[in-house]
Write a protein that binds this ligand. Sequence first.
Ligand SMILES: O=C(O)CCC(=O)C(=O)O
Length: 372
Amino acid sequence: MGSPFVLGEISPPRIQVSNTAGISKQLDSEGFVCIEACLNADELAHARDLLWEHLEGRECPQMTQSRPVGWKRDDVTTWVEGHGDGLMTSTCHCDSMWFARTRPGVIAGFEAAFGEQILTAAFDRMSVNLPTASNNKDVQQRLAATGHAHGRLNMQELHTHKNAYYDERNGAAFTDFYSIIPLWDMNQGTGATAVVPGSHKLVPEILALRARNWEADEGAPVRSKKWWLNRKWIGEGKPDEDVAQYTELGLTPYVTNIKAGDMVIFDTALFHAGCAAADPTGATGNGSDQLLRAIYIMGMTPARLKTPRELHARRLAYELDLPWYPDHDHPQITERVFKEHTSQGGDVKSVRNFASASAEIQQLIDPTWSVA
Ligand SMILES: O=C(O)CCC(=O)C(=O)O
């Protein structure tokens, strides 16, 4: 028996956005690529300021989604109400997110990955993690839950988004891409995204190995909201068990070390997870009275894969403040939006107006739209 597995950290090569061959090569061999400075220093400063406008509730006050209440950027003790730690759905259409989606470096990164230029943006959200000084109850819960049922790697369960809506099943000759952009440096200390390089090519093999560790309740509904309650880890939950499904195939999970403003584009098939902070106080990172980590989770897809009805629904979803994730059922979202929007006879009030959006935002929602 060797020594127990300890998760290491990698700093992937930072590739320039103009190096399209390098981007494709890295995506193909590793399943992810780090593109250098897709947001420059000025853009980052503005993006952070806009994020705080959202967190302080000054932006889009008509929004009805649950969102932070009473937070003040210069007082960490106010970061307690309305939202906890982690994924923040109210950010899907926040100004900071749209500012980032429309940056030339970000669009160029996706263009390089796809080798195509007319792209639509997913309406995905941010993950915002808080330092311990906030005393937010979700932070305390996260700290208390470091020994996860699936092993002791101190992270979410490593997962794949293979079977995101766009892959070979749905008319794409590739598996879709999405990205993560940290607004402050992220690494083992702050908590960061962990990846399993090369795992995008071994999804069926990994899933088969994983299956031996789970006892599933076969009678439970397949798409139950609390699906994790229907299965139980078989074993002691040691780190070695958790990684065996990768190491037996010659793969190793690592936590990433990524500079603020760099964009990591993922093949949606790649196994990855959010990894907890080694220093949850933030003292060795961004500071104990600052956000511990904030990342944009961002997807783009060639517009040619969208139907005219879906593009129309995307304009309405923007107005209704709805998310549109890469791995959800796009026809189902389309029909829901048509049912709800008042222009189609529904009764859900819009919170913003597509026609008033900037031309750059309109282009990423529906590149075929033009003022009649
Ligand atoms: O929080 C992270 O770093 C990972 C997020 C994640 O797992 C996902 O976007 O699917």
